[in-house]
Design a binder for this molecule. Sequence first.
Ligand code: ZN
Ligand code: ZN
Ligand code: ZN
Length: 349
Amino acid sequence: MKRFFCQCGQEIFFDNTHCGVCGSQLGFIPELQQLTSLQEDDKAWLMTDLFPLQRYRSCEHRDDEIACNWLIPAESSNTQCISCALTRTIPILSQPENWRRWRTLEAAKRRMLYGILRLNLPIKGAYQGYPNGLVFDFLEDQRTNPMLALEHVLSGHSQGVITLNAAEADGSFREATREAMNESYRTLLGHFRHEIGHYYWDMLIKDTDHYAMFCEVFEYQQQDYQSSLESYYENGPAADWPASYLSAYASAHPLEDWAETWSHYLMMNETMETAMTYDLIEHFDYASDFDVMMNDWLSLVVKMNALNRSVGNTDAYPFVVSAPVRRKLLFIHQLLKSLRKPRESAAFP
Ligand SMILES: [Zn+2]
Ligand SMILES: [Zn+2]
Ligand SMILES: [Zn+2]
């Protein structure tokens, strides 16, 4: 994540709607991935010194409990920002805790989308009329609302539709599920990054020139998805999964391995950008050399974990990057690099 500063010089943060020091209104411009202080012009449009010719409006969820700080260009006919507009279904708001869940889900979605925008990847929303366009359903099941017909909502992606169980916004639910599933890492942001990975697999891998290389790197031989998942839930992962995968779940099927690895790459990308802006590493961008990037990353996470233990937390980074995992991350790195620079060939060793 970049660092942002108010016009008064105070450091401001991604979710802030107001500066805590000078009281300025703040807004995030998704097109530029920039958080900035705002003034109103004589027609009550919002303007910023950074881009004096452009005028903006607030997202309609700025002043409700969602507190979305993303901006819309004044000339747009949308009333919601490009993040809020992607949400199709929300939990029933007559239950007051669902406002908090929805707010938490939207905040994690905006942060995930920040990473996607930084990578310059297209976001084709269903609300814009794209076939199989991206849309989010935040659903409850009987575990949080016994009145509902749905017994068990599982997170997943199908043809642009990303479903998340709204209860994943509750720390207690997530922690209990993490323990029951014997996972070392379970975050809401991680869920969003994983599911968007499936969406980009459809867009960037399936039916493209990258498919053959994907099959080789992720050992995909059209293994049946349903029966692989059933067998994983019945028998658990192979004991030696850490030698080839980032998580036990990644070993369930190559498409889940892709989503786990993609999610990991997004986490690395944003964390390294943050580390760079705070001068913890010297250089990082999408065109970085992969080996240099991985060396910086692995020395950074040792420090992150040590800092976490000192404040009494568990490891921020409970992963082992084996040689096969490294190769999968390299595939994603080269893929994204080739998309940024379409005229250069994407050499892959
Ligand atoms: Zn300020
Ligand atoms: Zn919004
Ligand atoms: Zn998945």
